[in-house]
Each structure stands twice: as structure tokens, then as C-alpha cells.
Design a protein around this ligand. Structure first.
Ligand SMILES: Cc1cc2nc3c(=O)[nH]c(=O)nc-3n(C[C@H](O)[C@H](O)[C@H](O)COP(=O)(O)O)c2cc1C
Length: 244
């Protein structure tokens, strides 16, 4: 067993594939799918998106200095892919994908109503890197779907069906395998029955991987059941986020 050495390339996966919305005054809003995206600072909350200057969205974001990062879910995967292969120069992506622009509070660019999280961003710096320019931006507000909040105000982001992008393919997230810091909290986990129930289920993980390979029929996981009810909620027009 050995390793094959490859020339430098982008192999940092999985990544989110987000839908970045932007808009010039008096023009239609646009969406560009971006995988070269990340968080760079906690306080102030800062992010980056790297965009090729050839993209229709590039000039809009450069001129307005604003954009919204919309997280993508299983339900939005087809739209995310479409927004990554068609240009706003030729089509109205909101219209084509039946997406609803929703008013942002601190930027003029709209968010995407159907996304569970809209991150409002203001560009601080544009760093020229080569094929892509990096838009370093400050987060100036976050809009979350009230349908994903429980009665105690807890936000159930991990039940919205977030997707990841890895090596050219989209995936829904797999099963829960641990919590921040769990590696050093082993003893506590073993004691509490609540924590014990959260231990990764090796058999379930094995089955899931067999399902993905098509070796056994797909089983409905707990997450999928929750997702179904979330999707139902999404279809409910009495939503709280304000359409534009
Ligand atoms: C999954 C995925 C990820 C992408 N990531 C990026 C990216 O990080 N930066 C970029 O400039 N283009 C990226 N693209 C390509 C743009 O989304 C694509 O060229 C899009 O059509 C540009 O739209 P626009 O011309 O309306 O701005 C990606 C496409 C896909 C499908």
C-alpha cells in the first residue's frame, strides 16, 4: 500500500455548495452557486466567496458590495446545480427554479425564501488570487426559517436536510456521529442514558453505506422522516419570512 503523489489541485472536500444571491438596483435578482466558500472569523463574523471575474454575478457583487449566502438542502439541490450551470445573463434563475426572493434586513440583495438560512454579507475586501477573486465579507445579519425553530427557540439546522459537495457530486449529510468535544467527554457520555443514546450506531452507518452503494434497498432514517415533516412545513404558505 502506498500513496500516489498528484500535482497541486483542489481536493479539500466536502464543502458546502451555497447559493449566493445578489442584485443591482432596478434589475432582476440573480443566484450563483459557489463551493469555494468559507468562514474566516468568528468575531466579527466573516466569510469569503471566491468567484471568477467572468461570472455575471461578479460585477454585481463588486458594484453593490453586497450578497447573501443561502444554505442548500436536499430540496434545493436541483436548483443549486442549475444556478451553477446557467448564467443570469441568459435566464432569470429565481423564475426558472420557482424560488422566492425574500427581503434582507441589512443588505439590498434578497435572500432565497426556500433556504433555511440566509446570511447577509457586506464586502470588505476583494483579493485577486488567480482564476478566482476572493470576496472577503462581514456578516451583517442572518435570517433563519422560523419553521425550523422549536417552541424553546432551538434552531434545528441539522434536520433541514443540508447537503455537501464532494469531488463533483452532491450528498445529503449522513447519520449523527458525535458532538463538538465528545472525544474528551467519553466518561460523561457513558454515564448519562441520554448521551448513550447518541453514540454512533455502527450498524446503521454500515447499512447506510451499503444503501448508498445500492447493495440494499434504502431505509427511511429518522432524519428523512423529520425532513418530510419539514418539507411539509415549507409547503405551507403561511410562512413568516417576508416575500419581496
Ligand atoms: C457545485 C458548483 C460549485 C461552483 N462553485 C463556484 C465557485 O466557487 N466560484 C465560481 O466562480 N463559480 C462556481 N461555480 C460556477 C458558477 O456557479 C456558474 O458559472 C454560474 O453559471 C455563474 O452564474 P452567473 O453567470 O449568473 O453569475 C460552481 C458551480 C457549481 C455547479
Amino acid at each position: 500500500m502506498g500513496k500516489q503523489f498528484w500535482k497541486p489541485g483542489n481536493m479539500l472536500y466536502p464543502l458546502p455548495a451555497v447559493m449566493v444571491s445578489c442584485q443591482r438596483k432596478e434589475e432582476k435578482p440573480n443566484i450563483i452557486t459557489v463551493a469555494w466558500v468559507g468562514t474566516v472569523c468568528s468575531d466579527p463574523a466573516m466569510v469569503f466567496v471566491s468567484i471568477r471575474p467572468q461570472r455575471y454575478s461578479y460585477d454585481i457583487i463588486q458594484e453593490t458590495g453586497e450578497f447573501v449566502i443561502n444554505l442548500t438542502t436536499e430540496q434545493l439541490t436541483r436548483a443549486a446545480d442549475y444556478c451553477g450551470v446557467r448564467s443570469g445573463r441568459d435566464v432569470d434563475k429565481f423564475q426558472e427554479m420557482h424560488l422566492t426572493p425574500c427581503t434582507s434586513r441589512n443588505v439590498s440583495a434578497p435572500g432565497i425564501m426556500e433556504s433555511p438560512v440566509n446570511i447577509e454579507c457586506k464586502v470588505k475586501e476583494i483579493i485577486k488570487l488567480g482564476s478566482h477573486d476572493m470576496f472577503l465579507a462581514e456578516v451583517v445579519g442572518v435570517d433563519v426559517d422560523e419553521e425550523c425553530l422549536d417552541e424553546n427557540g432551538k434552531f434545528h439546522l441539522n434536520e433541514t436536510g443540508l447537503i455537501a459537495y464532494s469531488h463533483g457530486e452532491y450528498f445529503s449529510l449522513g447519520d449523527y456521529v458525535g458532538k463538538f468535544g465528545y472525544s474528551v467527554r467519553k466518561k460523561v457520555q457513558e454515564k448519562g442514558p441520554k448521551d448513550k443514546a447518541k453514540k454512533p450506531n455502527k450498524q446503521k452507518i454500515k447499512r447506510q453505506s451499503r444503501e448508498l452503494k445500492g447493495k440494499v434497498p434504502r431505509d427511511k432514517t429518522q432524519t428523512e422522516k423529520r425532513l418530510q415533516s419539514h418539507r411539509k412545513a415549507l409547503r405551507d404558505p403561511s410562512k413568516s419570512k417576508k416575500p419581496q
